[in-house]
Design a protein. Structure first.
Length: 89
């Protein structure tokens, strides 16, 4: 009944709790960013270069990182690349 009230034609059907680092509810997936288009990511794995990616997100990409989740880093890098790709068209 409630799903009929949702707008749009795309959904994400994955829920994941954090298994590495913190057990904060903020790190439960899917993770969401509203820039540039309102996108989500659900990632099942561990990135091996998390410190480098976090530094890149904060300094080179000027992205705000809210959690200790490596999946959030992946989301921010993907979102930035969407902007870069659309700007180059």
């Amino acid at each position: 009944r409630h799903m009929m009230e949702l707008r749009g034609n795309v959904g994400l059907g994955h829920v994941r709790y954090p298994t590495a680092g913190s057990s904060s509810c903020a790190e439960a997936q899917p993770l969401y960013t509203n820039y540039p288009h309102g996108i989500c990511v659900a990632h099942n794995g561990n990135l091996v270069n998390t410190p480098e990616l976090e530094e890149m997100c904060r300094t080179k990409l000027n992205r705000h990182v809210n959690t200790d989740s490596d999946s959030e880093l992946l989301l921010n890098i993907f979102a930035t690349n969407l902007v870069t790709a659309s700007d180059s068209e």
